[in-house]
Design a protein around this ligand. Structure first.
Ligand code: NAD
Length: 484
């Protein structure tokens, strides 16, 4: 079957056509990667300072055009414009941080040579990989890919970005905006298209793939990349828990958890899907959060589901929970009303139900009362995912956070790590591996090179076939003395 030459993006709220974009072929992907590889030499040659000037100019351009970009994000995803503007603002902050800090975390670093090699000078270099292929999702079409694009560019790489087929307009806009400010061509390409275009990128000559999307697609990408041993960064899904201890501020917790679960219509990888609340405050917490949920205005507080096919997943999770005995505090078995999903809060949902065990990606929440925080921690960790979590406790927040099997935890807040450029972002288990953001995110897009150089020669020559028994004896004695 031949590939369609274009993809059409639609407004999820109205179904109206937003735009048509090329469905980039495998041949074009190979060409773009080759051009980016060629141009990346010049990009590296201008050094950290040169890249910082250009990336800061891009950040400035995005900040100046924030309304235009936010309107496009809102149109293609269905989210409220204010949410889109918040997303774009955080993405710009990351871009600016990566531009300013790449030198600090990727400059050559000296290491101690150790006593055996005391005559050597030793240092580590962080070398850009070459070209990074970025494959993005639709839920945060600026913030999410920017976590890879900005950090990869700042580290000295060329980038070929394949945005989601649901948000090609936003991807295209990002590419155009970079080219509007960058004096060099071919450093950052945007290749619109569907899964086949993404698959072509994984098979191309890229030096790394930075993938953000579902765990199911992540596995296919990891398998495709294995053929060439292309390294992959995996930012996949989650079923993030909120743990609510009895000493927390219940109102604050309820307000934040509700937002963490239902903002962006629940289409947030680090959105809260399940709550474990101490039994002493469970009734009160459940009442407060349910009352708050009933006040949400669909179309104002959150919008339509971006991807129509996700509606059937959300519906299946709700119906599965209902069939297993779930009680609805907010919403009902008919919460899915295309293109919207009504806020849905359920209790008495078994831990093995789809709504608890799998990523729902809708404005739904399950709440379970627990006798101890130990029980909450065990239930949180029982998931096959491990992306992020939120913990609410005045005294024990950090202690609980340290026992959770996940990549990020907000204590007495939700999703705070997303807007903190110094903090690494990523998960464990089915949620993926590798990190974007922060120093770790910069180093994710570089490889280390160890350089050990002779400063002066010493009589003890042991990297030679002429090594004498006396040298062997000295080394042995030396090591034995040091390790007494
Ligand atoms: P998806 O997996 O359906 O698609 C993601 C991207 O992969 C798209 O650009 C798609 O075209 C591409 N793709 C699909 N099949 C491919 C293939 N075989 N080879 C190469 N590329 C392919 O995900 P989605 O529905 O766009 O996004 C929602 C998912 O993303 C959710 O699971 C969410 O949790 C996750 N997500 C994770 C993070 C994170 O940072 N961990 C952030 C945002 C979203």
């Amino acid at each position: 079957m031949s590939q369609l030459t274009e993809i059409i993006s639609h407004s999820p709220a109205t179904g109206a056509e937003v735009g048509r974009y090329p469905n980039t072929s495998a041949a074009t992907i190979d060409e773009l990667v080759a051009r980016a590889a060629f141009a990346s030499h010049q990009w590296r040659a201008i050094g950290f300072r040169g890249r910082k000037i250009i990336l800061k100019a891009w950040a400035h351009y995005l900040a100046e055009h924030i309304d235009e970009l936010s309107a496009l994000v809102a149109l293609e995803t269905g989210k409220p414009v204010s949410d889109a503007a918040l997303e774009v603002s955080i993405a710009i902050d990351h871009l600016s941080w990566a531009a300013r800090n790449a030198h600090r975390f990727l400059k050559n670093s000296h290491r101690a040579p150790g006593l055996l090699m005391a005559n050597m000078s030793t240092h580590v270099e962080y070398q850009a990989l070459g070209v990074v292929g970025v494959i993005g999702p639709w839920n945060y079409p600026v913030f999410t890919p920017m976590g890879s694009i900005a950090y990869a560019l700042a580290a000295g790489n060329g980038v070929v970005f394949k945005p989601s087929e649901y948000t090609p307009g936003v991807g295209h806009w990002l590419g155009e905006s970079f080219n509007a400010i960058a004096p060099q061509a071919n450093i950052f390409f945007v290749a619109t298209g569907g899964p086949e275009t993404g698959a072509a990128l994984t098979k191309s000559a890229v030096n790394k793939i930075a993938f953000t999307g579902s765990s199911a697609t992540g596995k296919k990408i990891a398998a495709a990349c294995a053929e060439n041993l292309t390294p992959v960064l995996m930012e996949c899904g989650g079923t993030d828990p909120a743990i609510i201890d009895r000493d927390c501020d219940i109102h604050q917790a309820a307000e934040a958890v509700l937002w963490g679960a239902m903002a962006n219509a629940g289409q947030t990888c680090v959105g809260i899907e399940r709550v474990y609340v101490h039994e002493e405050i469970a009734t009160r917490f459940t009442e407060i959060i349910s009352d708050m949920a009933l006040e949400l205005v669909i179309g104002h507080d959150y919008g339509a589901a971006t991807m129509p096919k996700q509606l059937s997943v959300i519906d299946a999770h709700i119906k599965d929970a209902a069939s297993l005995g779930a009680k609805f505090l907010v919403g009902s078995v008919d919460s899915v009303q295309p293109p919207y999903v009504l806020p849905t809060i359920m209790v008495d949902v078994p831990e093995n139900s789809l709504a608890v065990a799998e990523e729902t990606f809708g404005p739904t929440l399950t709440i379970k009362s627990v006798a101890t925080m130990g029980e909450a921690i065990n239930l949180a960790n029982a998931s096959s995912y491990g992306l992020a979590a939120s913990v609410w406790s005045k005294r024990n927040g950090k202690a609980i956070a340290s026992q959770l099997q996940c990549g990020m935890v907000s204590v007495n807040s939700v999703l705070a790590f997303t807007a903190t450029p110094t903090m690494p972002f990523g998960g464990v288990k089915q949620s993926g591996y590798g990190r974007i953001h922060g120093p770790e995110g910069l180093r994710e897009f570089a490889y280390t090179r160890a350089i050990v150089a002779t400063r002066f020669n010493i009589p003890l020559r042991f990297t030679t076939f002429k090594r004498t028994p006396r040298v062997d004896a000295v080394i042995k004695r030396f090591i034995q003395t040091l390790n007494r």
